[in-house]
Write a new protein. Structure first.
Length: 340
C-alpha cells in the first residue's frame, strides 16, 4: 500500500497558459480557424453555436448524419490544434528574454513541494495533454519508466520529447506487473496525466485523447487512464487531504464528482490558484456566470466546491515568481499554505 502525501496538486489549462498554452476558448478559435473546417459545414455550424469545443466533439461523434470520414477529419483537426499549442509551449525558454516574465526555477521549486518525504509519495495530477513539464523538467508520467518505453523516457529525460514521438499505452497485465514490481521504486512524486497525452495511442492502436462530454467512458476503456483515475479517487478519499488546484476551472463533471465526494465524506480542503476574481469564480461555480444575471437554481456541486475552499490565491504565476527572482509576499503566502 502506497503512503500518499496528503498535500496534492491538480493542474489544468490555466497552468500551461502562463507559458503560452491555450485556454478552452482559444482552443475553440484554433479549431474553428483551421482552413479545413470549411470543408465540413455541419461541423462548422456546430462550432458556431457552441463555444465548448469538447462538447462539439462529443456531439459530432454521436451525429449519425456526419460520415465516419468527416468525424475522423474533425479529430485530426483537433489533434493538430493541440500539436500547435504544444509547439508553442516548446518554444518556451526560461531566460532574461522570457516574454511571460516568469522565473521558472521558482515554479519548479513550488511543484517540488508536493514531492513525498520519507515513506510518503507525492502526487501531481494534471488534466493537460501537452508535454510542457516533460520537456522542461524531464518528468516521466507514472508507469512509463520501464524497458518497454525506454525510447520514450529517454526522450523526456534528455529534454528531446515532442508531440511526434508516440507510444502505445500498456495493457492490464503490464500495469499489474508494474504495480507489483516497480511501483514502490517509482520515485517520491508521481506525475499522472488523467486525460492522457499527446502522442499516446490506445492499446487498440487508436489515438487516445480524452475529449467531449463522455470522458469517464473513454477513461475506463483504457487501462492506464483507468488506473490513474482510481489513484485520483483513492488519493482524495482520505481524511485531512489538501488539494491545491492551479488553472482548473471545474468544468469536468467526472473530476468534480470525486472532489465533491471527498468533501462530503472526508472533509477535503481546496486551495485555489487562479487569476480570476474570486467573486466571479464563485458565481461561475454556483451557476451565476455574471453578477448582472438573475440568480438561477444554485448548482449544488459548485456550492459544495466553493464551501470547501480554504485559501484563494488570485494570481498569475509571473506575480508569484517574477523574472527578477525577487521573493514576493504572494510566493511566501502560497508556500506557507502548502507547508502548513
Amino acid at each position: 500500500m502506497i503512503n500518499y502525501k496528503k498535500t496534492v496538486l491538480l493542474t489544468g489549462a490555466g497552468f500551461s497558459k502562463n507559458f503560452g498554452g491555450y485556454l478552452a476558448k482559444e482552443m475553440w478559435s484554433k479549431i474553428f480557424n483551421h482552413p479545413d473546417i470549411k470543408k465540413f459545414p455541419l461541423i462548422e455550424k456546430k462550432l458556431k453555436s457552441n463555444f465548448d469545443f469538447e462538447s462539439v466533439y462529443a456531439d459530432v461523434l454521436e451525429d449519425v448524419s456526419i460520415s465516419a470520414d468527416d468525424k475522423g477529419n474533425f479529430q485530426r483537426i483537433i489533434i493538430e490544434a493541440y500539436v500547435s499549442m504544444d509547439d508553442m509551449l516548446g518554444r518556451y525558454v526560461s531566460n532574461s528574454d522570457d516574454p511571460y516574465q516568469i522565473h521558472f526555477g521558482g515554479v519548479s521549486q513550488f511543484l517540488g513541494l508536493f514531492a513525498g518525504v520519507g515513506d510518503e509519495v507525492g502526487i501531481h495530477f494534471t488534466l493537460n495533454q501537452d508535454l510542457f513539464l516533460e520537456r522542461q523538467n524531464g518528468i516521466v508520467p507514472l508507469g512509463l519508466r520501464s524497458l518497454q518505453y525506454q525510447h520514450y523516457t529517454d526522450a523526456i529525460v534528455s529534454h528531446c520529447i515532442d508531440s511526434r514521438i508516440s507510444v502505445s499505452l500498456p495493457d492490464n497485465n503490464f500495469i499489474e506487473n508494474f504495480k507489483k514490481d516497480h511501483l514502490n521504486s517509482a520515485g517520491d512524486l508521481f506525475y499522472i496525466k488523467l486525460h492522457g497525452s499527446l502522442g499516446w495511442y490506445s492499446t487498440t492502436g487508436a489515438k487516445k485523447m480524452v475529449l467531449g462530454n463522455n470522458k469517464l467512458a473513454s477513461i475506463t476503456q483504457e487501462p492506464l487512464l483507468k488506473w490513474y483515475f482510481n489513484i485520483f479517487k483513492e488519493t482524495l478519499s482520505r481524511d485531512g487531504v489538501k488539494l491545491f488546484v492551479l488553472g482548473y476551472s471545474f468544468n469536468d463533471s467526472h473530476i468534480n464528482k470525486i472532489i465533491v465526494r471527498a468533501i462530503k465524506d472526508h472533509g477535503l480542503k481546496l486551495y485555489i490558484i487562479s487569476p480570476t476574481d474570486p467573486e466571479i469564480f464563485k458565481n461561475r461555480l454556483i451557476g451565476k456566470p455574471i453578477p448582472s444575471e438573475e440568480v438561477r437554481e444554485i448548482d449544488k456541486t459548485g456550492l459544495y466546491i466553493w464551501q470547501a475552499v480554504s485559501n484563494y490565491f488570485p494570481y498569475v504565476l509571473k506575480e508569484v515568481f517574477p523574472l527578477n527572482q525577487n521573493t514576493t509576499d504572494k510566493r511566501d503566502d502560497l508556500f506557507a499554505a502548502v507547508k502548513s
